[in-house]
Ligand binder design. Sequence first.
Ligand SMILES: Cc1cc2nc3c(=O)[nH]c(=O)nc-3n(C[C@H](O)[C@H](O)[C@H](O)COP(=O)(O)O)c2cc1C
Length: 142
Amino acid sequence: MGSMVVYESRSGHTKKAAEAIAAALQARGVEATATAVSATDPASASGADLLVLGTWVEGFIVVGVGPARPARQWIDRLPQVAGTQAAVFCTYGVSPRGTLATMRSALEARGAGVVGEAAFSRRDPTAGVEAFVEKILAARSS
Ligand SMILES: Cc1cc2nc3c(=O)[nH]c(=O)nc-3n(C[C@H](O)[C@H](O)[C@H](O)COP(=O)(O)O)c2cc1C
């Protein structure tokens, strides 16, 4: 089935990181495509070998800092994906705070095994992508 890199991006930083992640997976022989949450049916994740989910960090007055609303809504519609390996990432301006932990718990609640997480500063959203992908692939082969 290959890998899905699914991202929520408003101004392009998270899209840039997602595309770099997909390219790094492809360079290591792993089939991968990067698509926006708005263009990706959450139901399609149930067949994926690997789900990499990314968002930008959004601060809300009531619920605090976390995944941007469209990413939260996408996760809410995600079916049970028991056994699927997953990884989460975000881009942020100031601090990701609990964004990655929130995404990790939400995916784990649907049965995914989360093998990696990474926060990328919007100042350089692709710095650290190679190490993130290496870590995901190392976890998969062990
Ligand atoms: C409405 C709004 C709220 C934001 N809130 C936060 C925040 O609470 N903490 C933070 O670190 N960055 C915050 N940011 C910065 C974004 O997370 C950051 O610029 C991100 O890289 C944007 O990704 P994108 O280019 O993919 O849309 C906010 C940005 C916007 C537009």
